[in-house]
Ligand binder design. Structure first.
Ligand SMILES: [Zn+2]
Ligand SMILES: [Zn+2]
Length: 307
């Protein structure tokens, strides 16, 4: 197992007794990343049996309450737990929010805990937000009533040597050293490039798209496919409220988004951010069956996927 994706909250605007505000916990190797931090996220993390302490990076889509109201509380807890460093990414205004929270709601001594806040521009082309040893996080601007970011977390691709070719050519340690350093090597009077001897294997990819109305930008994050896409489906029918409030409906998802995701090679699609008007999701379930939509899941709080 490489990691686990846990959906901590699945409600839009107002939480319900069954649905918490938005947050997603991505455990990847020994690290953890939090996407959004709605009210109640701390308790959801505990209910899911996950660790606060492992979170080193938080990615906020936008500053609407259902995506950030849990952030001040979580930062306070991390400070109580003697966490010394955390990075938070989000849209313009995030710095002010964190500064007010950490000086007015409670006080964090910056010598004890460094909070690195980076405000990310909403761009039409994928923007490199940050990178680690074996992953990158990119964003694009979405189509919401305030600046809003979609995110793609992607593991770096790995080069796999073709074992049969390696054996046939009798490659030695020196050849591999040359290939890693210069990208080519010579055997039996012939020169081979790295690409001649194997292929790049795609890494794990997770894409998070909320809150937004339809925008071509979202497909730039899913280009080349993805293992998981978590995308909002606030409403069932396409209606005026959806368009006005800039949210997606299941209808629009089915007609305009699902076919493109399938073409791009998206494996699992998880719908979330449901309006509280849907006490149960039967209409969504029935439509998924009726239209034979494959690998489309309706999120519930604490739903998790191993990968
Ligand atoms: Zn929202
Ligand atoms: Zn919103």
């Amino acid at each position: 197992m490489k990691g686990r994706l846990t959906i901590l909250g699945t409600s839009s605007a107002i939480p319900t007794k069954d649905r918490n505000h938005a947050a997603i916990y991505l455990q990847f190797g020994g690290e953890a990343f939090l996407f959004d931090c709605g009210e109640g996220t701390q308790r959801q993390i505990q209910k899911a049996g996950l660790s606060f302490f492992k979170i080193d990076k938080i990615f906020i889509t936008h500053l609407h309450g259902d995506h950030v109201l849990g952030l001040p509380g979580l930062l306070q807890t991390l400070d109580f737990h003697d966490k010394t460093y955390i990075e938070i990414y989000g849209t313009q205004g995030l710095k002010r929010l964190v500064e007010l929270a950490t000086t007015q709601c409670f006080y964090i001594n910056t010598e004890d805990m460094t909070i690195q806040v980076r405000e990310i521009p909403t761009t039409d082309e994928p923007y490199l937000v940050c990178k680690g040893d074996n992953y990158t996080v990119k964003s694009v601007g979405l189509n919401h009533s305030v600046p809003c970011l979609g995110y793609a977390f992607e593991e770096k691709e790995k080069f796999k040597y073709d074992k049969a070719k390696v054996k046939q050519l009798g490659l030695k340690a020196l050849n591999f050293k040359e290939l890693e350093e210069t990208g080519k090597t010579s055997v039996g009077g012939k020169t081979y490039s790295k690409e001649d001897l194997g292929y790049f294997q795609k890494g794990f990819k997770f894409v998070y798209i909320t809150d937004t109305y339809l925008t071509p930008n979202m497909f730039k994050l899913t280009e080349g496919g993805a293992d998981f896409v978590v995308i909002e489906s606030t409403y069932f029918d396409e209606n005026e409220t959806a368009k006005e409030k800039k949210h997606l409906s299941f209808d629009l998802f089915r007609k305009e988004i699902y076919p493109i995701f399938k073409r791009q090679g998206v494996k699992k699609i998880i719908l979330t951010h449901f309006s509280r008007r849907y006490k149960d999701l039967t209409p969504f379930e029935e439509a998924i069956k009726k239209y034979q939509m494959e690998e489309v899941y309706l999120a519930h709080d604490l739903m998790s996927f191993e990968f």
